[in-house]
Structure formats: C-alpha cells, structure tokens
Design a protein around this ligand. Structure first.
Ligand SMILES: *Cc1c(COP(=O)(O)O)cnc(C)c1O
Length: 229
C-alpha cells in the first residue's frame, strides 16, 4: 500500500469511531485510536505520525524495538502481544503500555524493571472473555484478583481490561463478549479502584460494536495500514 494512502485511511477510521460514538451517545474524545503497526515498516509509522497519530501498537518484540529506534520519540508505544517473562525487561524499557498482562509474575517483573524516573508502565489485564482453551488471558474470575495484586506493585499501574473475543458469525455473540468485558471492568472499578477505567477492545472488523459497548481504546491495524503479508 502506498504510504500516501495512510492519511485517507486514518481519516476513514476516525470517521468510523466518530459515527459509532454519535450512534450511541458517546463523546468521541473517550475513544482512543491505537494504530497497530505490526509487520509494517517504520516509514508507515512516521507517515501516520505526520497525520497526527500518536499511539502505536506492536506485537513482535524484536521487530518493534528496531522500529522504535528509527521513529521519532514523540510517539507512544503499546505492546499488544502476549508477554513471556523473559521479555519483560525489553517491554518495560521500550513501551509505555502493555495491553496483554495475564500473570502476577509478569506484572511484578514489568514493574520492577521499569526504569527509575519514568512514569509507571500502564498495564491492561487480558481476559479470555470467550473462554477459548487456546487463547491467552485470565478467566473473568481471576481478573479482579490480578488487578488487586498489580495495584500493590511499584513501577506499573493497572488501568483496565483488554480482550480479543473469539470470531463468531453472530454479531450478538460478539457484542455480548464486549458487554461482559465492560461489566467486569465496572465491577473492578467500582470496588474501590477508581482509576481502573480503560477498556481495550475492538479491531478493524468490529470497532463499531466495541465502541457501542464502551471501548476506550480500539486497536486498528488493517484498516489503517492495509492487509498483512
Ligand atoms: C493485529 C492486532 C490488532 C489489529 O487487528 P486488525 O484486525 O488488523 O485491525 C489488534 N489487536 C491485537 C492484539 C493484534 O495482535
């Protein structure tokens, strides 16, 4: 895809978010756009940045680090992939958000390895909302326990939940997964964790459903950068 298309694709995604907000009575400023640039070259990130895009998501650590080093430092990097405990240091040093935290051990390491003087790493707990045996993420029952544990760690700030619902041809089923994630976020937040506000959910194919159910971050790759390999 030509880099010059990124500008119009980004505008189209922002329009989709705005329309979904209007349709459901939300303020578009509540929904943040995370541009997922995995497998795409740094030049495309710079192009999107020049169009005002501030947050970028990556999934493969080594590829991400090479890209981060060649892009101006004003952008904010989010690690959206699953996190192995031997990779926590590089994530704590190179990223400001981790969207798929799913164990106390990983969270503790991320916090301990966050460089002194930097703001705490912002963490979202990945929830296996569709109860798929193959997917990563904690069960809904475990999420409040993990949230409380992370809240006691230095160097890391637990901010909310993330999920990737199972693909399902039935829109109502997909929407219900988003709605369940929101209810879980609400119950954790309302149990004396007022900063637990974020909901990272919705990708290219389902951003409208996710916005309708309260997403505060939508993670969009294909609609901005084109198909991946
Ligand atoms: C790749 C990826 C996305 C973006 O998906 P698209 O369907 O291309 O928008 C979002 N979230 C995660 C965790 C991803 O790995």
């Amino acid at each position: 895809m030509a880099e010059s298309e990124i500008s119009s694709r980004l505008a189209a995604v922002r329009d989709r978010i705005r329309a979904a907000c209007l349709a459901t009575g939300r303020d578009p400023r509540e929904v943040n756009l995370l541009a997922v640039s995995k497998t795409k070259p740094a030049a495309m990130v710079v192009e999107a940045m020049d169009c005002g895009q501030h947050d970028f998501g990556e999934n493969y650590l080594q590829e991400a680090i090479d890209k981060i080093e060649s892009v101006p430092t004003s952008v904010c990097w989010h690690f959206v992939g699953a996190i192995q405990s031997n990779k926590t240091r590089q994530i704590a040093v190179n990223f400001d958000w981790a969207h798929a935290v799913s164990s106390e051990k990983v969270a503790r390491r991320l916090g301990a390895q966050r460089p002194a003087g930097r703001a705490p790493l912002k963490a979202l707990i990945q929830v296996n909302i569709s109860a798929e045996t193959s997917k990563s993420g904690v069960s809904p029952d475990q999420a409040p326990i993990l949230a409380r544990a992370i809240a006691g760690f230095e160097g890391i700030e637990v901010c909310g939940l993330m999920a990737i619902p199972a693909p399902d041809p039935n829109e109502a089923v997909r929407r219900r997964a988003f709605s369940q994630l929101r209810a879980l976020r609400d119950s954790i937040r309302d149990d004396n964790m007022p900063e637990f506000t974020e909901l990272s959910m919705g990708m290219t194919d389902d951003l409208e459903l996710a916005v309708a159910e309260g997403a505060t971050w939508v993670r969009i790759g294909t609609a901005i950068f084109g198909n991946r390999g």
